[in-house]
Design a protein around this ligand. Structure first.
Ligand SMILES: [Zn+2]
Length: 232
């Protein structure tokens, strides 16, 4: 895919995320690995909203966290991205955001349960990073976060936010929105006394396979891109 097309898609993803409750002032960021150059990634710059990303504003950054090209200010939490890319060759896109229900779930210390279809997707696939509430501003902190992610789809940063990964911008974006929806449903269900999953393990496994088809992420990303463009 042409680099310009990928940068445009990163901007569209930012607009989709902002339109779906993933924004927190100018905090939160999204990145994608540079095609053909896995040691670099494109990333949203500091000081603008997720919905204000333009292809020209996107920074190119190395796995050491240093800016290679671009004039904007770099997010201090760049190490969330660089250390995940270093640890996970399969990851092409990383999103860090502060969605409220996922943060509340992280504070409870509970894991995702298959209390909804989205909850099933994340059951057994979400790590918990509970070292600190502080910003992830060093390589060591980023590496510890990547360790908590493991082979998962996402990691909850306790009292702070989430990091969600994907094999594409589409997968990471839709996963981030589904994660927050699933966290909200789980908090609602668990607020009702005694709500427990009443599902077969094999059904959870089947649903995880069905929902994680690349086509599913692409169809839903394209739909939200159309809907977000109409609103703007
Ligand atoms: Zn943060």
């Amino acid at each position: 895919m042409a680099h310009d097309t990928l940068k445009k898609k990163l901007a569209v993803a930012g607009a989709i995320l902002a339109a779906h409750g993933q924004d927190d002032f100018t905090r939160g960021h999204i990145s994608v690995r540079v095609p053909g150059k896995p040691s670099q990634f494109y990333m949203k710059p500091h000081s603008i909203g997720l919905d204000e990303i333009t292809p020209a504003s996107i920074l190119t950054i190395g796995l050491d966290g240093e800016v290679a090209t671009g004039r904007g200010r770099r997010h201090s939490e760049v190490f969330i991205h660089s250390e995940i890319y270093r640890a996970r060759a399969d990851v092409q896109c990383v999103i860090h955001s502060h969605p409220p229900h996922a943060i509340a779930l992280s504070a409870s210390g509970r894991n995702f349960l298959p209390l909804s279809q989205g909850g099933a997707l994340f059951t057994g696939a979400v790590g918990l990073y509970d070292d600190t509430i502080r910003l992830i501003r060093t390589r060591d902190m980023g590496a510890a976060l990547a360790g908590a992610l493991g082979k998962g789809r996402a990691v909850l940063l306790k009292h702070h936010g989430v990091a969600v990964v994907g094999a594409s911008i589409e997968e990471a974006t839709i996963s981030a929105i589904m994660l927050e929806n699933a966290a909200r449903i789980q908090l609602l269900a668990q607020a009702a006394r005694g709500a427990m999953p009443d599902v077969a393990d094999k059904d959870v496994a089947q649903l995880q396979r069905d929902l994680s088809q690349p086509e599913q992420f692409a169809i839903n990303f394209d739909y939200l891109a159309r809907r977000t463009a109409k609103r703007r």
